[in-house]
Design a protein around this ligand. Structure first.
Ligand code: ASP
Length: 325
């Protein structure tokens, strides 16, 4: 069982146990493991400091490096399961990326915490204990990337962060939990139904550069020139965090159609946080040349769109991918 420590609040340190301000990602891998009584008896542990970042600094480059490391550990048979300690802000995106590009059925488990390691009632140690228990459990295999946090096990595809501060922040709207973890005692409820990991068509092996895909947040009176700005700055894809069922104003819709006809792939997702975005509901996707995100939120739509563009899929196949993944 191998741990890749990337930083985040789980490795954060505050000036006092009740100080809300802290520095993320400053404690190393050894300090994280040593803070968890009994962890080394759950599984034979190896690990490394992969990065030391708050997850707001996660980048496409770090994702590619992380995917290569995870795939390398599995293909060299150096790990039965992998835990990634990660900031909570973008764990859902990193998790979904790995869910699509790791080529193994073995468990990949992300965890983090909402309180820094030095806080009164820090939540990191038990989260790490549960995450290691999951990664060491063969029953966790074949479920894609899992986020183990606050006693819940989520599919990386379905999970999202829902509160800026609450310890119970991760939810899987619509889909529900994959399982639960109680002091290392694990229960599973389901397998993700859509393809992932070894069954996914996406790979990032070799010299891959992820293309620029921007997310634009829709609102009343949204200026349409943001769409043009994004396209002219080199975005090959634009994800709209639309209002309601992925809607935008008529003016923005026309501008999206214009950039789509120039070859930019435009995906309509929603800022709402749950529910589907369907084709041709209130927006004429066929006429405007747009893609509907189906079930993915904007940040996950961005991940899937980047991988579709790496694969060279056209707009029709990208729409299929949004229905399939
Ligand atoms: N900003 C932090 C991060 O994502 C928050 C956390 O880890 O909870 O790294």
């Amino acid at each position: 069982m191998h741990i890749l420590a990337t930083g985040g609040t789980i490795a954060g340190s505050a000036p006092s146990p009740v100080d809300p301000g802290y520095d993320a990602g400053v404690l190393g891998f050894t300090a994280l493991v040593d803070a968890v009584p009994g962890l080394r008896s759950v599984a034979a542990l190896t690990g490394e400091q992969f990065s030391e970042v708050g997850s707001q600094d996660m980048s496409d480059q770090l994702w590619l490096k992380l995917a290569a490391r995870v795939n390398g550990l599995f293909s060299a048979d150096e790990a039965d399961g992998i835990v990634i300690t990660h900031g909570t802000d973008t764990a859902e995106e990193t998790g979904f990326f790995l869910h699509l590009v790791v080529k193994s059925q073995r468990p990949v488990v992300l965890t983090g915490s909402m309180r820094p390691a030095t806080a009164l009632s820090a939540d990191g140690p038990l989260n790490l204990f549960n995450a290691v228990s999951v990664a060491a459990d063969p029953r966790a295999g074949g479920r894609g990337a899992i986020i183990a946090i606050n006693d819940d096990l989520h599919s990386a595809r379905d999970v999202t962060k829902s509160s800026t501060t609450d310890v119970q922040t991760f939810v899987s709207p619509d889909a529900g939990l994959v399982g639960t973890a109680s002091y290392g005692r694990l229960r599973y409820f389901r397998y993700p139904t859509r393809p992932h990991t070894a069954d996914s068509e996406f790979t990032v092996e070799g010299e891959v550069v992820l293309p620029r895909v921007d997310i634009l947040y829709a609102h009343a009176n949204m200026p349409a020139d943001l769409v043009r700005a994004s396209a002219s700055l080199g975005a090959r894809g634009i994800v709209i965090a639309g209002v309601g069922n992925g809607n935008v104003s008529s003016e923005v819709a026309q501008t999206l159609a214009d950039v789509a006809s120039d070859g930019v792939i435009v995906v309509r997702s929603s800022r709402v946080g749950s529910g589907d975005v369907g084709r041709n509901i209130e927006m004429d996707d066929d006429g405007l040349g747009l893609v509907a995100s189906d079930q993915l939120n904007p940040q996950k739509s961005r991940v899937l769109l980047q991988l579709c563009l790496v694969r060279g899929l056209d707009r029709g196949l990208i729409q299929d991918a949004f229905y399939r993944y």
